[in-house]
Design a protein around this ligand. Structure first.
Ligand code: ZN
Ligand code: ZN
Length: 266
């Protein structure tokens, strides 16, 4: 099958390559579609995201690539919209809704950047309880999706990245599933994100099996995302993810197109 990915980063945010380098790598791999989704501006941490004044240049760069490579690959201009951003969806072809921070009492804790920072948030703000942090995170996820209604729910359980949370805990699972149910009321597509595999943090994509089963049960869809930050990892773990999804019972993948959401059978 021909793959596509709609969660990708370039040097406009924290990726290594230019948009055109990424697109050429996708074309070389025979991709059908490619969506750019650089990080939205977050005032609490400007170290990895686009600046607001870069948005017009980013959009016009991607629009130029749409024209240049028309007929070879479908190109879309999206954005990975963080909870703490104020993004106009009209500016982009689609949005991925993600939560990367918990801002508590004026302190910004990145929750997927390093294990040290995640543990600091647990120790200082959550009474030492990883599940408490997870609950706060999932409340933000549910609120973000309800408020912004993005096309795609981004790396839903990214807080499991460092293995700090006990995913077998009933309390944890309840918080995750409640947020999944709420998100599904507004956004039908959850991404299956392989980014932590290519960066060596995880052996399987986000989200975990029990969450994917809930998405299927509730009639939701999945989309394959590499969340790639370099041209070398555009399709990491894609064939394996398709097998995994088939095993759970999914029979189609969502794909973004210029005319809205489409589907490919698996
Ligand atoms: Zn992200
Ligand atoms: Zn990303």
């Amino acid at each position: 099958m021909r793959f596509s990915t709609f969660h990708t980063h370039t040097c406009y945010s924290d990726g290594k390559n230019t948009p055109e380098e990424m697109l050429r790598a996708a074309i070389a791999k025979g991709f059908a579609g490619y969506g750019f989704s650089d990080h939205s501006f977050t005032p609490c941490d400007t170290s990895y995201c686009m600046k607001l004044e870069q948005y017009p240049e980013y959009i016009s760069c991607i629009n130029g690539l749409k024209e240049k490579y028309a007929g070879q690959i479908e190109v879309l201009c999206g954005i990975e919209n963080d909870y703490y951003s104020d993004t106009d969806p009209e500016d982009f072809d689609y949005m991925i809704g993600s939560v990367h921070y918990l801002v508590i009492g004026g302190t910004c804790y990145p929750i997927d950047h390093s294990e040290r920072q995640q543990r600091e948030c647990i120790a200082k703000e959550c009474g030492g309880s990883a599940v408490e942090m997870a609950k706060r995170y999932y409340e933000k996820v549910a609120e973000h999706i309800r408020r912004t209604k993005p096309e795609i729910v981004g790396h839903f359980d990214v807080i499991t990245k460092f293995g700090v949370i006990d995913e077998t805990s009933e309390e944890y699972r309840r918080a995750a599933l409640e947020a999944a149910d709420e998100a599904l009321n507004y956004t039908r597509i959850f991404e299956v994100n392989t980014g932590a595999i290519s960066r060596g943090y995880k052996k399987l994509p986000y989200p975990s099996d029990f969450i994917l089963r809930r998405v299927l049960e509730r009639g939701g869809d999945v989309i394959l995302s590499s969340d790639t930050h370099s041209a070398a990892t555009i399709d990491t773990f894609f064939p394996e993810s398709v097998e995994l999804l088939r095993g759970i019972g999914f029979r189609r993948l969502a794909v973004m197109t210029a005319n809205g959401v489409g589907y490919t059978g698996i």
